[in-house]
Design a protein around this ligand. Structure first.
Ligand SMILES: Cc1cc2nc3c(=O)[nH]c(=O)nc-3n(C[C@H](O)[C@H](O)[C@H](O)COP(=O)(O)OP(=O)(O)OC[C@H]3O[C@@H](n4cnc5c(N)ncnc54)[C@H](O)[C@@H]3O)c2cc1C
Length: 393
């Protein structure tokens, strides 16, 4: 067991820190208020190779693993980007590149990976539906086989980045649920170019992360070629699990990074601010202990998360990766949320002011209780698949 980062991992971390300093809290405050995409940031991420960390060198990437991507993401988040440090990378590199690297055909790889590696192509994933959030197997979007391809119909909701993405991975049924031999059978993954008039998008006004839009999506007679399907037909659930596991690890990283960011700002403020006499508020144990407690728990969440990523990169079975990734996400979000809550308390009334940024990070970290997997569903996973209790739903 080696806890030391390699020279290359240290370089990725240091390059991420430099980018985060260039695109710090003021940049994201303005982008969030205007509801504007961080185009300058995305360009720099592409130039610095972050958009292609996972992509094999023969397709224009760096050919590294998810451990390296998570190390880069955490430094981006913790050094000033906040949630933006993972968000666009999740949409394009996890939903797009990772899914295609693991499950695409050679033709898919050649078509998509070089443009994803350079950052020229933006991607997204359309999984969630009005009646299929935590319960993905309720997916109703259907792909009908035609003589020369597929025609998709359905409704998706809460889909991030689809208003500007160049490509999307759509999860659809190819066998109706009632005809499937197993409940996990019958889902398939499709790749589609965007925009397309058969894909109708409307924005959902939301609480935070407004430098990216999240949308309702109507899919109306979307015609796709035969090879738009990522094989195997009907076995998409088992492929999708890889993408979802890495999504969980990415959001665990976001929670850890956001907590580090909020704690560092709170510590700096707490050393300056004096309320009674000449004693800085940072010396009060009432403010110190909750932050110290959360910080210690977050160190353990990071180890668990990097363990999950190491297992994933090493080809461990997806259930084992899933168990570790869900536990990491659970602990990271529970303690990250506490950390940002108590960091906000350090600022007193200023904690509520936009200019201090902490209220934005509070809005951002609260998302991770609800998505990509809710804390309750992560607990269900641990209760049933790790400690072996019966399923109650
Ligand atoms: C900002 C944002 C961006 C998103 N981006 C995307 C995206 O890009 N692509 C995409 O496909 N999806 C996206 N999502 C959707 C997200 O993955 C879902 O919202 C999430 O999976 C939860 O599903 P749901 O909202 O339908 O909640 P529900 O499944 O309706 O759950 C509601 C509540 O019931 C609880 N609950 C349900 N079942 C159980 C149970 N068995 N035991 C205990 N509690 C239970 C849940 O924990 C939750 O608290 C996004 C969501 C948000 C908020």
């Amino acid at each position: 067991m080696d806890f030391e980062l390699s020279e290359e991992q240290k370089m990725i971390a240091s390059s991420a820190r430099a980018i985060a300093r260039q695109f710090g809290p003021e940049y994201w405050r303005a982008k969030e208020e205007k509801g504007e995409f961080g185009a300058e940031f995305w360009k720099v991420l592409g130039e610095a190779g972050f958009t292609g960390i996972l992509i094999p060198e023969r397709y224009g990437g760096a050919g590294r693993g998810t451990v390296e991507l998570l190390i880069g993401m955490e430094e981006l988040v913790a050094n000033g980007c906040g949630m933006a440090g993972i968000w666009y990378l999740v949409l394009s590199e996890v939903f797009g590149a990772l899914s295609i690297i693991r499950h695409g055909t050679e033709a898919h790889k050649q078509e998509y990976l070089p443009r994803l590696a350079s950052g020229e192509m933006e991607f997204c994933m359309a999984l969630t539906e009005p009646d299929a959030g935590s319960n993905t197997l309720e997916t109703k979007t259907f792909a009908r086989k035609t003589r020369d391809g597929w025609v998709l119909n359905g409704t998706k909701t809460l889909i991030s980045g689809i208003d500007r993405a160049d490509g999307v991975m759509i999860i659809a049924r190819t066998t109706p649920k009632e005809k499937a031999p197993r409940k996990t059978h019958g889902l398939s993954l499709f790749l589609a170019d965007l925009p397309n008039p058969a894909v109708e998008v409307s924005l959902i006004a939301k609480h935070g992360i407004n430098y990216s839009h999240t949308c309702n999506v109507g899919i109306n007679e979307l015609a796709l070629p035969e090879d738009a399907l990522m094989p195997p037909q009907d076995g998409g659930w088992y492929s999708l699990v890889d993408t979802l596991n890495m999504e969980r690890m990415s959001f665990a990283t976001a929670a850890i990074g956001l907590a580090r960011l909020a704690i560092s700002k709170a510590v700096a403020y707490s050393k300056e601010r004096k309320v009674f006499g000449n004693v800085p508020i940072g010396s009060y144990q009432g403010l110190q202990f909750p932050l110290a407690q959360a910080y210690a728990a977050l160190e353990s969440a990071r180890l668990l998360n990097l363990k999950a990523a190491t297992m994933f990169d090493g080809g461990a079975p997806s259930e084992e990766v899933g168990a570790t990734a869900n536990m990491a996400k659970l602990v990271a979000v529970e303690n990250g949320t506490k950390a940002v809550f108590h960091a906000m308390q350090v600022f007193g009334g200023y904690g509520y002011a936009r200019d201090y940024d902490i209220e934005r990070w509070w809005r951002e970290i609260n998302l991770i209780r609800l998505a990509p997997i809710t804390q309750e569903m992560a607990l269900n996973y641990v209760a049933q698949h790790v400690i072996g209790m019966p399923r109650g739903y």
